[in-house]
Design a protein around this ligand. Sequence first.
Ligand SMILES: Nc1ncnc2c1ncn2[C@@H]1O[C@H](COP(=O)(O)OP(=O)(O)OP(=O)(O)O)[C@@H](O)[C@H]1O
Ligand SMILES: [Mg+2]
Length: 325
Amino acid sequence: MSSKLLEVKNLAASFKTERGLMKAIDGISFYAQENEILGIVGESGCGKSVTCQSVLRLYDEKHLVKLEGEILFDGENLLKYSEKEMEHIRGGAISMVFQDALSALNPVMKIGDQIVEGILLHHKELSKAEAKERALNILEQVGIPAFRERFEQYPHELSGGMRQRIMIAIALVCGPRILIADEPTTALDVTIQAQIMNLIVRLKEEMGMSVILITHDLAVVAETCDRVVVMYLGQIVEEADVKELFLHPAHPYTRGMMMSIPSMSEEKPERLYVIQGTVPLLSQIPSGCRFAPRCEYATQRCREAMPELEELENGHKVRCFMAQR
Ligand SMILES: Nc1ncnc2c1ncn2[C@@H]1O[C@H](COP(=O)(O)OP(=O)(O)OP(=O)(O)O)[C@@H](O)[C@H]1O
Ligand SMILES: [Mg+2]
């Protein structure tokens, strides 16, 4: 059993909004082990990005009012770190790739210079020439053709897939121990998506790091992740080994998501299953189980009391009264 490199305990994040204080995530606990790919899945708005941005404290200070809980990295609580110490962690030991590479890159700075800047920020001992050498190496490693020429280009001169590779290069150039990838392929077309996912998996193996992969796409999860956390409306509702999750999904929400994937094996596919209703607003969080209003199995008890996230067996946890019996 490998050790817990990152352990998030009881994390909650509240934002100040026009409608008052909103808790976007509430009581989130999970961990990432050395050398594994942990998937975080759930519908839009369930708090996947807030969770990961909170880990690196990337929130907008004007809006985020409160961050509670513990974020243990190598046993140290990152929530106790100063902003200066966090700057050292970000892009150093823990780095992140975002969904939209174009807006994450600086449009008026050459690609090579952006990578060199990242290197020098974390390695003041390196000369410019050494940093450039390292930048060229990483461009080659992430599969940029004609990387010496690309080094001198601006972001708008590259395709979406190439820009995402540049983002991955920037994230990996300082040899992070954890890479957080927030929907890294959503903006790309399907063949490029597969290439980028394969690249992340290959680099994870080569560099021996852990990856936290946020995605909507259960097919990507099945193919790449070792363990999975399922989120619904700011909470974790299920957690399991990837095989266990796909063989025995225990939460009605997880099962609903799986039933909404089209199957290639059926000759005449029936109409796809759709989870009824939509995710409620944060200002209208239902009492009891948050999924109850959309759940076909919900009973009076589900509408009144909140089930805990409880272990069924072997690390498979679920937040559902029906599954726990
Ligand atoms: N700066 C903010 N101020 C107020 N509310 C916010 C802020 N950022 C996020 N939220 C709210 O927090 C909730 C979770 O958002 P988050 O972006 O984490 O969802 P997500 O699971 O990443 O969704 P998606 O799949 O669409 O990326 C949403 O209800 C969102 O409106
Ligand atoms: Mg998101």
